[in-house]
Design a protein around this ligand. Sequence first.
Ligand SMILES: *[C@@H]1O[C@H](CO)[C@@H](O)[C@H](O)[C@H]1NC(C)=O
Ligand SMILES: *[C@@H]1O[C@H](CO)[C@@H](O)[C@H](O)[C@H]1NC(C)=O
Ligand SMILES: *[C@@H]1O[C@H](CO)[C@@H](O)[C@H](O)[C@H]1NC(C)=O
Ligand SMILES: *[C@@H]1O[C@H](CO)[C@@H](O)[C@H](O)[C@H]1NC(C)=O
Ligand SMILES: *[C@@H]1O[C@H](CO)[C@@H](O)[C@H](O)[C@H]1NC(C)=O
Ligand SMILES: *[C@@H]1O[C@H](CO)[C@@H](O)[C@H](O)[C@H]1NC(C)=O
Ligand SMILES: [Ca+2]
Ligand SMILES: [Ca+2]
Length: 572
Amino acid sequence: MSACKIIFLGLLGCGLLEVAHAEKVTHAPAGHAAPEVFTNSFLVEFHGDVDKAAADQVARDHGFQNVGPLLRSKREYHFIHKGLPASRSKRSISHHRSLKANPQIKLVQQQPGYRRTKRGYSPLNSKGQIPLDKEKEPTDPYFKFQWYLKNDGSMGGKPKLDLNVEAAWAQGATGKNVTTAIMDDGIDYLHPDLKFNYNAKASYDFSSNDPFPYPRYTDDWFNSHGTRCAGEVSAARDNGVCGVGVAYDSKVAGIRMLDQPYMTDLIEANSMGHEPNMIDIYSASWGPTDDGKTVDGPRNATMRAIVKGVNEGRNGLGNIYVWASGDGGEDDDCNADGYAASMWTISINSAINDGQNAHYDESCTSTLASTFSNGGGDPKTGVATTDLYGRCTKTHSGTSAAAPEAAGVFALALEINRNLTWRDIQHLTVLTSKRNSLYDAKGYFKWQMNGVGLEFNHLFGYGVLDAGAMVAMAKEWKTVPQRYHCDGGKVNKTLAIPANGSLTLFIDTHACKGTENQVDYLEHVQAVITLNSSRRGDVIMHLVSPMGTRSMILSERPNDDDHIDGFSKWPS
Ligand SMILES: *[C@@H]1O[C@H](CO)[C@@H](O)[C@H](O)[C@H]1NC(C)=O
Ligand SMILES: *[C@@H]1O[C@H](CO)[C@@H](O)[C@H](O)[C@H]1NC(C)=O
Ligand SMILES: *[C@@H]1O[C@H](CO)[C@@H](O)[C@H](O)[C@H]1NC(C)=O
Ligand SMILES: *[C@@H]1O[C@H](CO)[C@@H](O)[C@H](O)[C@H]1NC(C)=O
Ligand SMILES: *[C@@H]1O[C@H](CO)[C@@H](O)[C@H](O)[C@H]1NC(C)=O
Ligand SMILES: *[C@@H]1O[C@H](CO)[C@@H](O)[C@H](O)[C@H]1NC(C)=O
Ligand SMILES: [Ca+2]
Ligand SMILES: [Ca+2]
């Protein structure tokens, strides 16, 4: 029998909690505040299967428009009422009632709207092209600014602190026949560096419900985010335009879903469940607002979409969801972001070209590895990639810039071994990422050794992704054995955290020994926590393994003065 410890520190506040410890969570995490607004979107669930024409008819009968099914379901549809404002502070009881009166309809939910923000948006652009004439290296004019691909020590960088992609390319991995979807504000798919790698069939615009995810024009180029991310993954090589993608022969799909006044569960769910057999990797560089006081994550339909993608996508091998860990800086904690913290996603932090973390980096236990965002102090040495309207930029930044680099590296591994499952990718990430010269600029987070002798850091996960090593290991890799999940134990009492003191809970577990769920090798651990606190931001939590590895599953968040919502069945 082994004991897991969960330690709570009530810094200034005090509170009450219930704790459970489980391996798998099937419910959507809660903990978020009451919705600010309601949109004009409705989730409508029928009692039985209904085809599209019939659902269209029902929608029309009630003055709605049927946008389409939720996750290809025949029972659940997304209706919009054009007569309602896109957002208002109250539910529309009458519209709800009218639908609910239809005997075919089982459930009606007006969709709350919430904020999902792009990570690391910076309004700077740059142009200009400088030719380069090195042998065998990509000849693209911006390649020499792509220190994240090849760091030669210029621009204040540390030589060889890079993704080691040339070693992967040399093994023949360039991403052929792998598709990464950029879930964002659209993609300039007419861009000369992207158009030949654009996978139109796998693309969609959920912000305006059509197949053309072209970014909406604004004077400040606010909607350049997706295009910049796309170029990092699959900008073309040796074509004289901008730089080169990590996986320059891979395909990129655009899923436009960030460009409407408010996000809804239905838009997120349909985005993450879009064409799961055509799309291998979904890359997300956005999330709940990084203000250090938000606790939010995927809602019901979105959670279902992710679980379905992981279990059934890629014809059963599982989709790979790559997540930017967040730009809230040291006052935020990415475990308070249910997307980044989810074990179904791979959350990626960022480092700058000399090995420090970026000042906007958040830390948390769910961060698996790191890639790159900014160059040293100079904003002109950001991530060089494609930009809107056929241009190039050198200033893409934020953990936003880091996540697509990881998607590109995973695309290289998937090309070399088409059999890799979503779990294999996590294992390869853990085994091949490197400490290299990454370090915490403030010195809080040291590199440590875990129980199986792997180095990790609370800020950087297992270190910087190494494309060459990952591709080499992917070639030889045998799929990991079947996954089992075990409810490790539960503390079902309500206990008080002493003010200015700490509370330690012990969970004894046999890891389901002797049952069909017996766990022999530990892959993920989740503590599912419910607590109230007089000040949520003052609560710190650690999870301590039987071998003594101590993980901080929640850090102090000075801006979070919530005293109402707390955490409700929150997986960490
Ligand atoms: C979603 O809601 C349904 C019905 O309320 C529930 O049965 C299901 O467990 C929920 N799924 C998730 C992932 O929360
Ligand atoms: C390319 O990918 C598609 C979809 O994943 C698959 O059906 C097809 O067999 C692949 N082709 C090659 C040559 O690997
Ligand atoms: C992938 O799996 C199939 C079927 O299990 C097998 O025949 C094939 O050799 C595997 N390919 C690789 C690259 O491991
Ligand atoms: C709480 O734990 C006790 C003792 O382990 C058990 O008897 C009881 O059924 C549990 N209650 C709930 C609600 O899980
Ligand atoms: C907790 O510590 C704070 C600051 O040190 C102090 O102001 C407060 O009175 C303490 N509360 C209790 C209940 O001891
Ligand atoms: C925590 O707060 C919620 C909402 O205010 C309340 O329903 C619940 O009873 C509280 N729980 C405890 C243990 O105080
Ligand atoms: Ca190019
Ligand atoms: Ca955050």
